[in-house]
Design a protein around this ligand. Structure first.
Ligand code: NAP
Length: 248
C-alpha cells in the first residue's frame, strides 16, 4: 500500500478516464497527487475528494497544455499551493480522427500541439524540480497506435510515436542525474473513448486482441505505479506495452 509514499506527483489529464485512475492509484500507494484538467472541473473535483479520502493531499489545476504560457502559470500555481514535484505523469491527450485524405490542417495541428507539444511544455516546466529531487520519475502515456499505426489516426499516431522518441532521448539525458523517463503504451482500454466505437468496429478490434478483451484503466494505472515505485529504479527509456498481446 505504500509503494510510492511521500512522492509529490502531477498527473496531467487527471479528470479523464485513464488519468483519474492513475491519480487515485498513486494516492492509494502513498503519493500526494495534483491533477491538471482542461474543461471537466466537476470530475477533477471528484478526483480530488477521492484522493483526500485516502488521506493524501490533492489539488486540481486548470490549464491548456498546448500553451506554454498556461503551463508556466500552472507551475507557479503548483509551487505556491502544492509544492515542488518529484514525479510527472503526462497523460492528457486527444484524438481528432479522419482519413488522411480528408484530414484538415487544424486536426493535425491540434493533436500534435496537445499530445506532443503538451508533453514537451509540461516536462520543460517541471524537469528541474524533478531532477533536483534526486529520485525523479517521468511517465509518458503513449499508445499502441504510436507503435503499429491505425487507419484514420495519422495525426494521433505521429503524436504518440513522437512521445516514444522524446522519452528515449530524455531518458539518456537524465539517467546520470537519477531521474527515470518511461512510456506506458496502452492498447484499447475500456474508457468512453473506446465505448464510443460502433459495435461492429469494436467486434473487429476484439478479434485482433489475443486476450480477447479490452484493458481497464486500473491496469494502466498499476503499470504507472510500478514505474514510479522503487521496484523500477533500474528501468529507464522503456516502453511498457499494455495491449492484451495485440502488438508484441
Ligand atoms: N482510452 C484508450 O483506449 C487509450 C489507449 C491508448 C492511449 N490512451 C491515451 O491515454 C490518455 C488518456 O486517455 P483517456 O481515454 O483517459 O482520455 P479522456 O477521458 O478523453 O481524457 C483526456 C484528458 O486530457 C485532458 N485534456 C484534453 N485536452 C486537453 C488540453 N488541451 N489541455 C489539457 N488537458 C487536456 C482532459 O481534460 P478535461 O476532460 O478536463 O477537458 C482529460 O483529463 C491519452 O493520452 C490517450 O491518448 C488512451
Amino acid at each position: 500500500m505504500n509503494r510510492v509514499s511521500n512522492r509529490r506527483v502531477l498527473v496531467t489529464g487527471g479528470s479523464g478516464g485513464i488519468g483519474l485512475e492513475i491519480a487515485l492509484a498513486l494516492a492509494e500507494e502513498g503519493a500526494d497527487v495534483a491533477i491538471q484538467y482542461n474543461h471537466n472541473q466537476s470530475e477533477a473535483d471528484k478526483v480530488v475528494r477521492s484522493i483526500e479520502k485516502v488521506g493524501r493531499k490533492s489539488i486540481a489545476f486548470k490549464a491548456q497544455i498546448e500553451k506554454m504560457t498556461e503551463v508556466s502559470a500552472l507551475k507557479e500555481d503548483i509551487h505556491s499551493k502544492f509544492g515542488k514535484l518529484d514525479t510527472l505523469v503526462n497523460c492528457a491527450g486527444i484524438n481528432r480522427d479522419s482519413l488522411f485524405s480528408k484530414m484538415t490542417d487544424d486536426q493535425w495541428d491540434e493533436v500534435i500541439q496537445v499530445n506532443l507539444s503538451g508533453v514537451y511544455h509540461c516536462t520543460k516546466a517541471f524537469v528541474e524540480d524533478i531532477v533536483d529531487s534526486g529520485h525523479g520519475r517521468i511517465v509518458n502515456i503513449s499508445s499502441l497506435v504510436g507503435q503499429m499505426g491505425n487507419v484514420g489516426q495519422v495525426n494521433y499516431a505521429a503524436s504518440k510515436s513522437g512521445i516514444i522518441g522524446f522519452t528515449k532521448a530524455l531518458a539518456r539525458e537524465l539517467a546520470p542525474r537519477g531521474t527515470t523517463v518511461n512510456v506506458v503504451a496502452p492498447g484499447f482500454i475500456n474508457t468512453p473513448m473506446v465505448q464510443g466505437i460502433p459495435d461492429k468496429v469494436k467486434a473487429k478490434i476484439l478479434a485482433q486482441i489475443p486476450m480477447g478483451r479490452f484493458g481497464t484503466p486500473r491496469e494502466v494505472a498499476m503499470s504507472v505505479v510500478y514505474l514510479v515505485s522503487e521496484d523500477a529504479n533500474y528501468i529507464t527509456g522503456s516502453v511498457l506495452n499494455l495491449n492484451g498481446g495485440m502488438y508484441i
